[in-house]
Design a protein around this ligand. Structure first.
Ligand SMILES: [Zn+2]
Length: 278
């Protein structure tokens, strides 16, 4: 069965991961801009990173038959540095017109600080001015509920924002419904240690349904699993979900969301159905 990984940081992964993902049925992925594991010293480093995301990584993925799309932003961790963030925000429009750039992301909150909120709001403004989709990172563990609540409130109170054009990521049992009820799309990150396991993700799906929801590996330079999506697919099958419902969750839902971007440039091997059924 074909699948899409809507959130994975391939610049941090080895080529063998592309081989394994392609063998397991991965046909497309999207790579949000994120923290490199260290704070970058200047906006010039972000120019190089955006070049990598928009030009070089798509070429590497294509060698394995995987279509690569991406998102641009300054991440929540480095947003603590407001002057650097504003400099990065000023260069993002230089890269936004490149093919396969889906929008602004992953923006959001990390420790729910004032500076993070300031830069989050400025990046939302940029996305609205340029008519972009938004991909949102929600905080980890103890900060997650409060941070998700803050993000949903900021976005819901902004009359420019259409919830159907925003994906709120890293949701768990206590945050998925908050985002879904407000009209947003949600992503569940399948991490080996923190965030969701595949069993917990299937529990959430069984409780909340299959609309506007997707899984992702968020594979990066830390302890993570680039094969988390095929693991989810197998878990859904083991728990009795039928092929069409699985196809909708691991393939159609991410593509339905991505298609809202004006630079979506993927021709999927199986066309995405118009309706959300089943
Ligand atoms: Zn990420």
């Amino acid at each position: 069965m074909y699948y899409v990984d809507p959130h994975i940081h391939m610049v941090s992964r080895i080529t063998d991961d592309y081989v394994r993902m392609a063998r397991a049925g991965c046909v497309a992925l999207s790579e949000p801009a994120f923290w490199a594991g260290f704070d970058r010293g200047s906006a010039v480093a972000f120019r190089d990173y955006f070049e990598q995301l928009t030009i070089h990584e798509p070429k590497r993925a294509a060698q394995f038959g995987i279509h690569h799309m991406c998102w641009l932003c300054i991440n929540a961790k480095e947003a603590e540095n407001v002057s650097l963030s504003r400099e990065v925000l000023s260069i993002i429009p230089d890269y936004l017109d490149r093919p396969g750039v889906l929008g602004i992301g992953e923006i959001g909150l990390n420790k729910n600080t004032k500076n993070e909120v300031t830069i989050f709001e400025e990046q939302v403004d940029l996305a609205m001015q340029t008519d972009e989709l938004i991909l949102v990172h929600t905080p980890h563990l103890a900060d997650k509920y409060k941070g998700t609540r803050m993000i949903v409130d900021i976005l819901s109170n902004d009359s420019q924002v259409t919830p159907d054009r925003v994906l709120i990521d890293h949701v768990e049992e206590h945050t998925a419904k908050i985002a879904l009820d407000a009209g947003f799309w949600v992503g569940m990150t399948l991490y080996p240690t923190t965030k969701c396991t595949t069993d917990r993700a299937v529990d959430i799906i069984e409780r909340l349904g299959t609309d506007r929801i997707m899984g992702n590996s968020a594979g990066d330079w830390g302890t993570s699993n680039p094969m988390a999506m095929p693991d989810l697919l197998r878990k859904l099958r083991a728990r009795g979900h039928d092929a069409m419902a699985i196809h909708k969750l691991v393939y159609e839902n991410p593509l339905r969301f991505f298609m809202k971007s004006k630079r979506y440039n993927f021709t999927p091997p199986v066309p995405v159905r118009e309706t959300l059924a089943p």
